[in-house]
Write a protein that binds this ligand. Structure first.
Ligand code: SF4
Ligand code: SF4
Length: 484
């Protein structure tokens, strides 16, 4: 089976229950943002901008668990910011499991190995020595760390940790192969760390997925290579979604400067071109996302936005109308459902009800539309897709490995040059990458981020910035790699 049976059955039951009751709108996935603090400063991150005044704020544990109960979504995606910074992340995962939910921890991967070492220390016994030996042999745990695991003190043994479970996925943010990913997250070595974390997770029996956003300048060939590489690591599934920009200020700029919007935005047509091979990818790799959503991305059909099915809860409350766009926050889920005029949003018959929705085809607005469809063809396609065979892992070859580690690992410690080149090319103008005009290395401690007019968390947000960066990577003119 493509997905674990128990998870598929749980989601199907939830849909059937609400369909039988005639519930007009209900939650499928809760996007829970317990905090917006992050250890990275990715180019164009929407969350660290939109919530720049609340980077130090957190949703208390009890409130997080109450939000999950309130909307009763069968799946909870814990995102942020970086959720592994949340001091009660282990208790949050345990609490959501006690509620019977499927959990995705959306992480940039940097703290995953630490969290898994803590799990090993709390649960060490001679029986896990074989796993520990494998981790040391693979260089995923050092000898010193292994000793710390074996000799954990009482506090480490008593710590609540995140154990492997079929109900829980690590969902690691990966936006390309090493060179691209490290530049986008603005730190060398992050791709390598993500891969190490995925390898360690698989050895320990965790389920591991990845989350990728496609931008205007993303090379689909690189995405395919990335999937091949991740598949060779036995990753359990991939979410892939188009990034897009709707920021009113940028649109105004387009209007005033008379520039073609295609220079700035991933339009619907462009998304369809980028995702032309999505159905082929879904056959070869374990892509999460309904067949209807895949057809929608490939331009073979239209869907109506069902953003209410993936509500977002954060430090300000229930965010409406969707994960990306903010027209308000509500204290209660039911209040949000009732007060928001959902008919104002989305694209129907090719006409955007709200101009900001015009180019949006994102997962959080349209994937549930496929899952909730009652058309017999969609039901059959969903059944076939979910109960069909899981694609076999891609063979791990030296060529694949070489293509994946194409940056920092082979000595292209390029980040400083990249930043310099980008700023140089921008001439005297304020760099697209300079947050507050101070260059790339924003430390998140200040509160000077300009509002991007709303944006997503990992992998989404100000895609114009990422596109500009991807252009530099692609043309290779400004970013001359050091000789290997
Ligand atoms: S179409 Fe996109 S931007 Fe508009 S409400 Fe739906 S998810 Fe949000
Ligand atoms: S995109 Fe994700 S990992 Fe990057 S800065 Fe934003 S929240 Fe952090």
């Amino acid at each position: 089976m493509r997905f674990p049976l128990a998870l598929t059955v749980k989601i199907a039951r939830h849909i059937v229950k609400h369909k039988l009751k005639g519930t007009p709108r209900f939650a499928m996935v809760l996007q829970l943002e317990p905090l917006h603090t992050c250890n990275l400063t990715c180019t164009g991150c929407g969350r660290i901008r939109e919530y720049s005044t609340s980077l130090k704020d957190m949703v208390p544990l009890e409130q997080c668990l109450a939000a999950a109960t309130e909307c009763d979504a069968p799946m909870v995606s814990i995102c942020g910011g970086e959720p592994l910074i949340y001091p009660k992340i282990e208790e949050l995962v345990a609490g959501l499991r006690a509620q019977g939910r499927i959990i995705y921890i959306c992480t940039n991967g940097v703290f995953m190995r630490k969290k898994m070492r803590e799990y090993m220390a709390a649960n060490w016994s001679p029986a896990v020595e074989r796993q520990l030996a494998s981790l040391v042999a693979e260089g995923l745990v050092t000898e010193k760390e292994a000793e710390q695991i074996r000799n954990a003190d009482a506090a480490a043994r008593a710590k609540v940790t995140i154990p492997p479970s079929k109900w829980h996925y690590w969902n690691v943010h990966v936006d390309g192969l090493e060179y691209t990913h490290d530049l986008i997250v603005e730190r060398e070595g992050v791709f390598k760390e993500c891969v190490a974390a995925i390898k360690m997770a698989k050895i320990l029996g965790y389920q591991c997925a990845t989350n990728t956003t496609v931008y205007r300048e993303t090379d689909p060939k690189e995405i395919e290579d990335m999937f091949k590489f991740l598949s060779s690591l036995d990753v359990d599934g991939h979410t892939i979604s188009p990034g897009y920009d709707y920021d009113a200020a940028k649109k105004d700029m387009v209007k005033r400067l008379g520039r073609d919007p295609k220079e700035f935005f991933l339009t619907r047509d462009m998304t369809r071109t980028k995702f032309a091979d999505i159905e082929k990818w879904a056959k070869a790799f374990t892509i999460f996302g309904t067949p209807a959503y895949q057809e929608f991305l490939a331009g073979k059909r239209e869907l109506t936005c069902t953003a209410w099915a993936i509500p977002t809860y954060n430090v300000r409350g229930w965010k409406a109308p969707c994960y990306l766009m903010t027209d308000g926050h509500y204290p209660r889920y039911e209040e949000m459902l009732g007060k928001v005029n959902w008919e104002k949003y989305g694209v129907v018959d090719g006409v955007a009800r709200d101009p900001r929705c015009e180019n949006c085809m994102v997962h959080c607005g349209y994937d549930p539309s496929g899952a909730l469809s009652t058309k017999p063809r969609d039901t059959w396609q969903n059944f076939k897709f979910n109960f069909g065979a899981k694609p076999a892992p891609y063979a791990h070859t030296p060529e694949l490995e070489q293509r994946a580690y194409n940056g920092f690992t082979i000595g292209k410690g390029h980040l400083a040059e990249a930043k310099a080149a980008v700023n140089r090319e921008m001439g005297g103008a304020k760099s697209a990458f300079a947050r507050g005009g101070n260059g790339l290395a924003d430390d998140h401690s200040g509160h000077e981020h300009e509002s991007a007019g709303g944006g997503g968390g990992c992998g989404s947000g100000d895609s114009t910035q990422r596109d500009a960066l991807l252009t530099k990577i692609r043309d290779g003119k400004a970013l001359e790699a050091k000789p290997e």
